[in-house]
Design a protein around this ligand. Structure first.
Ligand code: CP
Length: 308
């Protein structure tokens, strides 16, 4: 349990204090992962199962590393080799994992709401590792941790999120968390990739990159989520890159000390040029390391009743 919640389903369940508790814990965890011997005993005796029904590199590996660095036991199962292939429902699969006394199940699924449904029907702590277009809470937490690390604060910063806002669970979770932490958030996208009611969330929306990123302290590029799109939302990858891709020239419109972020995986030459992705302003690689620290913190908070 963490602040009354058995599960981490979305940033919406966390208030500012809850987010700060996790980010502070992640600072300690980052110290651990930077040591030669990466080992704590925070998860000694705890069993965690990763159940990824959608592709992942960063999220899955960072959760699995996090469990191992904290002395826990981690197992992973993929639907392609599980008994769901024999007709078992996902709920029965999770109940099966639950009966093996797993303390937590980390779930990624293409259908929004799947983690919430499983959470209501199992005793184990369910952690949402990304569900459809809905939420990706640990990505938002690692993004906020990276901004804190680089800028020393979130309150009062201008954060611009550029690209496929409509299909992005990262955008929704980032917006939710950043606004709670006192940032000003703008979004920039073609009309077809921008939800019409996005400003109701409390952000300013623009149909051009230039307007969205003026004076931004942080620019977050997003991957085009082709797997969730109907066809015909933009003419071509080249056209998207020309008008909405982040390059070093466009980054000069942001604040002089702006940082460039991206949740990954990056499609080089589409949402970011290779030069921008590898530039001094880019903190994309540090986001990956911070993902491990933040997921260690999340597991510690939820499985060890921290922050009550
Ligand atoms: N950012 C992110 O969720 O990456 P993966 O899909 O590789 O986990």
């Amino acid at each position: 349990m963490f602040r009354g919640y058995k599960d981490l389903l979305g940033i919406s369940q966390l208030d500012k204090e809850g987010i700060e508790t996790i980010l502070n814990s992640a600072k300690d965890m980052k110290y651990v992962i930077n040591q030669d011997i990466k080992r704590t005993n925070h998860l000694q005796g705890k069993s965690v199962v990763t159940l990824f029904c959608e592709n992942s590199t960063r999220t899955r590996l960072s959760f699995e590393s996090a469990v191992k660095y904290m002395g826990g036991m981690c197992s992973g199962i993929s639907p392609s080799v599980s008994s769901t292939q024999k007709g078992e429902s996902l709920l029965d699969t999770v109940k099966t994992i639950n009966m093996m006394r797993a303390d937590a199940v980390i779930i990624r699924h293409s259908m929004s709401g799947t983690p919430e449904f499983l959470a209501k029907n199992t005793d184990a702590c369910i952690i949402n590792a990304g569900d459809g277009m809905h939420a990706h809470p640990t990505q938002a937490l690692l993004d906020m941790f990276t901004i804190m690390e680089k800028k020393g604060r979130i309150e009062g910063l201008k954060v611009a999120i550029i690209g496929d806002i409509a299909h992005s669970r990262v955008a929704r979770s980032d917006i939710n968390g950043l606004l709670k932490m006192g940032a000003e958030v703008t979004v920039g996208a073609p009309a077809t990739l921008l939800p019409p009611d996005i400003e109701r969330l409390g952000v300013k929306a623009f149909l051009s990159v230039h307007e969205a990123i003026i004076d931004a302290d942080v620019v977050i590029g997003l991957r085009i989520q082709n797997e969730r799109q109907k066809s015909g939302l933009y003419p071509s990858a080249q056209e998207f890159a020309r008008f909405f891709g982040m390059d070093e020239r466009r980054m000069t419109l942001a604040a002089p000390d702006a940082i460039l972020m991206h949740p990954g995986p990056v499609n080089r030459g589409v949402e970011l040029t290779a030069a921008a992705a590898d530039s001094e302003k880019s903190v994309i690689l540090e986001q990956i390391t911070n993902g491990v620290a933040v997921r260690m913190a999340v597991l510690n908070c939820f499985l060890n009743n921290q922050g009550e």
